[in-house]
Design a protein. Structure first.
Length: 374
C-alpha cells in the first residue's frame, strides 16, 4: 500500500497559496531559481478571475508523505485547445516534486485519472496552464536563471517524467542573442534595408497614449500570424486585455514595435526587459520593498526577452522580421541591454530558427513537452 496520500485542493486563496508556496521547498538554496510573484500566481490559478477558465477546467492536487507535503500537480481540460486543434487531450501542469519516483507516479496517476474521467484520451504537459503561459520542462541549460515568463526546474524532473512513461512530443528552443555580435556582422541590417525599400515598410514603437487601439492591432496580428503553429491557441479579447493590463506598467515602449505597410499593420514584436533579474531578489513579494527595487533598478537590467514576434501570412518571407530585429537590437542597446533571449521557438519552426541563426543566436536552452495515453 502506497504511503503517499493525494489531497484535492479548493479554489480558496489559502489553498492556492499553499499550492504555490510548495515550490519554495523544492528550490531552497538553488541560486538560479526565480521565486514567482505570489500575487501573479494567485491570479493565474483563480478560476473566478482568470478568463482562461471560461473555456477550461482545472483541479489542483497536493501529495503528502508521512504528513509532509512532497509534491503538487494540476490536471487541466482545455476546451479551447481541443476545439481549435480537433484533439481530445488533457494537460498536466504546475508540477513540482521531491526526488521520489513513488511520489511522482502518484501525482501523474492522479492527473491521468482526472483527465480520463473527463472523457479525454491523452495527457500532455507541462502547461502552466496553457501554451499561452509558461510552457514546457527545462531539459538543457540549468546553469542560468530563467528569463521572464520562462520555466525552470530541477534536472531530476526529466527522470521522474520519463521513468513514468511520458514521451517527448515536441521540443522548444531558446536562443541567446549577443547584440554586439549581431551589429558587427551587419547581416540583419542589410536584409532590413532591402526589405524596407522593396516593400515600403515602416516600423514604429507602441503609442502608449493610444493603448486601447494599439491593443486591437496586437490582437489582429497575434491571432493571425501564429495560427498555423503547433500548440497555438487563439487568445480571447479578455485574455489579451488581462495580459496587457499586467504588462503595461513594466513595458519598455521602445521595444514594443509595429511593422506597417501603408495603413495596414503587418507585424508585431513584444520584447520585455528581463525583470527576473530583479524578481530573483524579491522572494515572491512585490510589496512593500519590491516595488521600490522595480522602479529604481529597472535601468540596471542587462537582458531582454523576445516574447513574441510575428508577421501576418501575406507578408511573411519578405525580410520584415529583419526590420523588427534590427530596431530591437538598436533600441535595446540605447537602454543598456545587449543580451537577449529569443524564446520559445518550436524546434521545427524553420523560419524562426533561421532568423535566430541569422543573428548568430546560440541555442543555449531546450524545453520539452511530454505526452502519453491515459
Amino acid at each position: 500500500m502506497s504511503s503517499v496520500e493525494i489531497k484535492t485542493l479548493s479554489n480558496s486563496k489559502s489553498d492556492r497559496k499553499k499550492f504555490i508556496k510548495f515550490a519554495w521547498k523544492i528550490y531552497e538554496g538553488d541560486p538560479n531559481w526565480v521565486p514567482p510573484l505570489l500575487m501573479d500566481k494567485l491570479k493565474i490559478l483563480d478560476k473566478s478571475k482568470n478568463p482562461f477558465f471560461k473555456r477550461a477546467e482545472m483541479e489542483l492536487f497536493m501529495a503528502y508523505k508521512n504528513g509532509e507535503a512532497v509534491g503538487r500537480i494540476a490536471a487541466i481540460k482545455n476546451d479551447a485547445h481541443n476545439q481549435y486543434h480537433t484533439e481530445n487531450i488533457g494537460f498536466f501542469g504546475f508540477f513540482e516534486c521531491i526526488n521520489d519516483q513513488e511520489v511522482a507516479n502518484k501525482l501523474f496517476d492522479t492527473a491521468r485519472e482526472w483527465i480520463k474521467n473527463k472523457g479525454l484520451t491523452d495527457m500532455r504537459g507541462p502547461a502552466n496552464p496553457s501554451s499561452n503561459d509558461e510552457y514546457g520542462l527545462l531539459i538543457e541549460g540549468f546553469d542560468d536563471p530563467p528569463r521572464l515568463m520562462m520555466t525552470y526546474n530541477p534536472k531530476y524532473y526529466l527522470d521522474l517524467m520519463e521513468n513514468y512513461g511520458l514521451k517527448k512530443v515536441k521540443d522548444l528552443y531558446a536562443y541567446r542573442i549577443d547584440n554586439n555580435k549581431v551589429r558587427q556582422e551587419n547581416k540583419i541590417q542589410r536584409v532590413a534595408e532591402i526589405s524596407k525599400k522593396r516593400y515600403n515598410v515602416t516600423v514604429r514603437p507602441i503609442n502608449m497614449k493610444d493603448f486601447k487601439n494599439e491593443l486591437e492591432r496586437v490582437k489582429y496580428v497575434y491571432n493571425k500570424a501564429w495560427a498555423p503553429n503547433w500548440g497555438f491557441i487563439p487568445m480571447t479579447d479578455e485574455e489579451i486585455d488581462l495580459l496587457a493590463k499586467d504588462l503595461k506598467p513594466i513595458v519598455e515602449p521602445s521595444l514594443v514595435l509595429f511593422a506597417e505597410v501603408g495603413d495596414e499593420t503587418v507585424g508585431f514584436s513584444l520584447v520585455m526587459p528581463d525583470y527576473n533579474e530583479l524578481f530573483i531578489k524579491m522572494n515572491g513579494h512585490l510589496f512593500p520593498f519590491g516595488i521600490f527595487r522595480l522602479l529604481t533598478q529597472k535601468r540596471k537590467i542587462t537582458w531582454a526577452r523576445i516574447l513574441t514576434l510575428g508577421i501576418i501570412p501575406e507578408y511573411q518571407k519578405r525580410g520584415i522580421d529583419a526590420i523588427l530585429y534590427d530596431l530591437i537590437i538598436e533600441n535595446a542597446h540605447k537602454i543598456g541591454i545587449d543580451k537577449g533571449e529569443a524564446s520559445w521557438v518550436l524546434e521545427d519552426n524553420l523560419m524562426m530558427t533561421r532568423s535566430a541563426e541569422m543573428m548568430r543566436g546560440e541555442l543555449y536552452k531546450k524545453y520539452r513537452i511530454y505526452q502519453m495515453q491515459v
